[in-house]
Design a protein around this ligand. Structure first.
Ligand SMILES: Nc1ncnc2c1ncn2[C@@H]1O[C@H](COP(=O)(O)OP(=O)(O)OP(=O)(O)O)[C@@H](O)[C@H]1O
Length: 301
């Protein structure tokens, strides 16, 4: 599979403080790529360099195998964390303006504005000024402004902020629909449940360096620690000392068990003696848990 974006040994300093330190990553075509990291890690700096808002001190960026150049801006749709709409401008005019700015003809821009506004069921807002919209409504307009010119690469910085759960779901589905059409997406967010739902691949930056990179499936598999959850019916008067009780209500008890050289069958043979087994499954850390662990690990390195 080819990459839409390749970042090679990118560094950026503010004074003598590194915002990005020798960061390299490949964004595969047609995937949702999660760019994660704690506050101040360097994500926005990287995104701004890709969008040619600021320059790197060293390193290279390739878009579709070509060195980053001004004409690439039209291939990219960027939703910045700080939204930038003109407050006094009317919704319809504003979307037309953004579409034309990104190279669409007047006729094409009009068609696209109409179809996106219909799709999002907001055509009746076209005469409203941005300053008269709620935060969530304005976010919808900003999302349309980001995708209206049919970019090949979408860079979305916290795209769900300000949305209620219904609209967040709508935006999530739009992102997946765009992915189905072949659009590549870089998603930067602190919402780990969105990362699990949407991303195929993630990279994590901590303190200006890349500290994790891989497919979600591989990263979760590699983060396993040989632990299992065992659920038994009822209330147990006694249990082995190496079982850690993690939950117990509603007529069952749940334990965390570290295999420690035993096989899963051996654990189950022992468990049968304590009661009716309701469940037994491997503990696979969530991306949120992996994130926290990785930050702790690399903070101490
Ligand atoms: N214009 C600037 N001048 C000086 N330092 C800056 C500037 N922009 C960013 N930095 C510093 O660079 C580092 C990386 O910041 P950046 O905004 O890229 O982080 P981030 O990962 O996007 O964080 P967040 O999740 O909080 O948005 C931080 O230490 C920040 O203080």
């Amino acid at each position: 599979m080819s990459n839409i974006l390749e970042v090679q040994s990118l560094s950026k300093y503010y004074g003598d403080k590194a915002a990005l330190n020798d960061v390299s990553l490949d964004v595969p075509k047609g995937q949702v790529f999660g760019l994660l990291g704690p506050n101040g890690a360097g994500k926005t700096t990287l995104i701004r360099i890709i969008n040619q808002i600021i320059d790197a001190d060293s390193g290279t960026i390739l878009v579709n195998g070509e060195k980053l150049k001004p004409s690439h801006i039209k291939l990219i749709g960027y939703l910045p964390e700080e939204r930038g709409l003109y407050k006094k401008m009317k919704v319809g005019e504003q979307l037309l303006y953004f579409a034309q700015l990104k190279g669409l003809s007047n006729a094409d821009a009009k068609k696209k504005v109409r179809s996106w506004m219909d799709k999002m069921e907001i055509w009746e807002w076209r005469e409203k000024r941005i300053e008269d919209l709620s935060k969530g409504m304005a976010q919808k307009i900003q999302f349309i402004a980001t995708v209206i010119h049919q970019p090949n690469l979408l860079i979305l910085d916290e795209p769900f902020s300000g949305f209620d759960p219904v609209n967040a779901e709508l935006i999530k589905n739009e992102i997946l629909e765009l992915k189905d059409k072949g659009v590549s997406v870089i998603l930067s967010t602190h919402r780990m449940e969105s990362v699990e739902l949407l991303c195929d691949h993630i990279a994590m930056i901590n303190k200006s360096r890349k500290v994790l990179d891989g497919s979600i499936a591989d990263i979760r598999q590699q983060s396993k620690t040989n632990q299992y959850h065992l659920k038994l019916r009822g209330h147990l008067a006694d249990h082995p000392s190496n079982w850690q009780r993690v939950e117990g209500n509603f007529g069952y008890e749940k334990f965390l068990i570290q295999l420690n050289g035993h096989s899963t069958n051996q654990v189950l043979e022992e468990a049968i003696q304590f009661g009716d087994i309701l469940g037994f499954e491997e503990v696979i850390p969530s991306i949120g848990e992996i994130f926290i662990q990785r930050v702790k690990d690399t903070d101490h390195e």
